[in-house]
Design a binder for this molecule. Structure first.
Ligand SMILES: C[S@@+](CC[C@H](N)C(=O)[O-])C[C@H]1O[C@@H](n2cnc3c(N)ncnc32)[C@H](O)[C@@H]1O
Length: 270
């Protein structure tokens, strides 16, 4: 096979993509860790690999998220496969995992993750708490295929295709966790989110429509004393709180993410 260049020269070539991301792309192409690239920076690589690297770099330069290019995103303690059918899990969503873990003892408990996407929340919870039984749904069959592939064969985790709490029996769930779509259809942030599925991001009524459906539906399927943990948008905490109060939830707690932005609520069904 014809050789073209060494790793060092390939990585310093002209590009607006940060070096860290270039390394991620090349380590993905060569199926080697980043540390290997540094230790082998004078190794020459074949034309096939160089071509693959440049093709992926071009996609990144065009604005495609790095996670879709390399096909994964790290979340909590694991690496999750992602593709354009799934939202790319965000670091701030790890707050939901913390809130769920701290809400209940490590004793048997039925947990539901609504809108699981890549399965990031459900897999993290099922892995952390083997005593819990975790059920996760999504309306997107394509996202569920990815989530199932990410499930690490956990015996306490199951997925189903469905709309929020529609197919869930009343008074049957101890805790519901959800990161639903919550961006308003006219929000300018959407201009920078053109690669992810719109159905994972956008919700009607100023971004509140799905949150309201989940709050109302969860009130029926949670057991008395059951917990709801919800992520929401940066300006929605007051509205989410009011909706919870009107629906009759108690012990409403409000949380900021690591950036200090209001990001999640936790509440109990009386
Ligand atoms: C913001 S994404 C969250 C994905 C994942 N839980 C995470 O945190 O990375 C919202 C998810 O809800 C799903 N979804 C949208 N509408 C739904 C509905 N009516 N019922 C169930 N899932 C829905 C989307 O397909 C998407 O996977």
């Amino acid at each position: 096979m014809k050789t073209v260049t060494d790793i060092k020269n390939l990585l310093v070539s002209e590009s607006a993509v940060p070096v860290f991301e270039r390394q991620l792309i090349l380590s993905h192409v060569l199926v080697q860790p980043r540390s290997w690239l540094i230790a082998h920076d004078t190794d020459v690589i074949s034309e096939v690999y160089a071509h693959d690297y440049h093709a992926k770099l071009t996609r990144r330069e065009a604005g495609e998220p790095i996670a879709y290019i390399v096909g994964y995103k790290d979340f909590w303690k694991h690496r999750f496969a992602v593709n354009p059918a799934t939202l790319i899990p965000r670091p701030e969503t790890e707050l939901l995992v913390e809130l769920a873990l701290s809400a209940r003892a490590a004793t048997p408990c039925h947990v539901l993750d609504l809108g699981t996407g890549s399965g990031a929340i459900a897999v993290s919870l099922a892995d952390e708490r083997r005593q819990w039984s975790v059920l996760a749904n999504d309306i997107s069959a394509s996202a569920l295929k990815i989530a199932r592939g990410n499930s690490r064969s956990l015996a306490n985790l199951q997925f189903f295709n469905g709309c929020w709490t529609d197919a869930v029996a009343f008074d049957s769930v101890d805790m519901i966790v959800s990161n639903p779509p919550y961006i308003a259809p006219d929000d300018n942030h959407l201009l920078g989110l053109t690669h992810e599925p719109r159905g994972a991001l956008v919700s009607a009524e100023a971004g509140m429509s799905d949150i309201e459906s989940i709050i109302t539906g969860s009130r029926k399927v949670l057991v008395s004393g059951g917990t709801l943990v919800l992520e929401h948008g940066y300006c929605q905490q007051d509205a989410v709180c009011r909706t919870l109060e009107v629906a009759g939830y108690e012990y409403i707690e409000l949380f900021n993410d690591l950036g200090g932005i209001p990001r999640a609520v936790r509440a109990k069904r009386p």
